[in-house]
Ligand binder design. Structure first.
Ligand code: PGA
Length: 257
């Protein structure tokens, strides 16, 4: 595991974008796992800027969204598909037909999840999976559980998660109670993980995830055993890691950007 410490959200986003750009240069038809939410937003803006400057093309890139709200159509402003369309597809040459999503309105959600896994496998797996971390330690919409889920599935959203996302909806009641998400197994099969963490409010859960026991009650803790995980963290989110690193036997590679 490599941990890259950065000054602030802007630098975190630049560092993350550089890692993705590097990979696209090496493998123009790479498969990118996309996350949504506040954490990767500026990273997408950095990629869009590079595209607009003419120094980056995502034309051959394929992408898979990490998760989606169940019951929201693609056109809904808060669907994760809409987020990717607004922030990446419409800002770069990423081709819409190369962006794969879990359909929130699928009649048979289990079947949709199964087909999603097959599509990922058909494209040879994910090269870089972007991740954020939830306040309850979720990655994707894999909420705290007694087991690590293997494959894409329907998940019940925790109240804390719904409240954290309520700011994007007009009322808490509008936040869906269910979602579809890549499983922990799906995520762990990615060639590389790129976890973005920003803000003081994420500091405690991040330290628990990286230095605490690996436990499905804190799903993000699984990244400790991924063979190629990079965590890009801004200064406020780094605070508890700094303390944990001196008291824990685990040793990670620390760098700054
Ligand atoms: P955030 O969400 O990036 O908006 O903080 C992360 C998450 O809930 O996975």
């Amino acid at each position: 595991m490599k941990i890259i410490g950065t000054k602030d959200y802007e630098h975190m986003s630049q560092a993350a974008a550089e890692i993705i750009i590097e990979k696209i240069k090496e493998k123009p038809d790479m498969v990118l796992g996309l996350a949504t939410g506040a954490s990767p937003l500026q990273t997408y803006r950095c990629l869009a800027q590079r595209y607009q400057e003419g120094s980056l093309s995502l034309k051959q890139v394929s992408a898979f969204n990490l998760d989606e709200y169940a019951g929201l159509p693609k056109t809904h402003e808060q669907s994760f598909y809409h987020y990717i369309k607004e922030n990446l597809i419409s800002q770069t040459d990423l081709q819409e037909e190369n962006v794969h999503v879990l359909h929130g309105m699928a009649e048979d959600a289990e079947l949709e999840c199964k087909a999603y896994e097959e599509r990922i496998a058909q494209l040879g797996g994910i090269d870089i999976q972007l991740l954020g971390i939830g306040l309850d330690g979720h990655i994707g919409f894999n909420e705290p559980d007694h087991i690590f889920s293997m494959t894409a599935h329907v998940s019940n959203l925790e109240e804390e998660t719904r409240q954290a996302n309520a700011k994007y909806f007009s009322r808490l009641e509008e936040v869906p109670k269910k979602a579809m998400t890549m499983g922990i197994g799906t995520i762990m099969q990615a060639e590389a993980l790129l976890l973005l963490v920003s803000g003081r409010e994420k500091a405690v859960v991040l330290a628990q995830a990286l230095y605490g026991p690996i436990n499905p009650q804190l799903p993000a803790s699984i990244v400790q055993i991924h063979h190629n995980c990079t965590v890009v963290v801004d200064e406020p989110a780094l605070q508890e890691l700094k303390k944990a690193k001196d008291t824990c036997f685990r040793r990670y590679q620390y760098e700054t950007f």
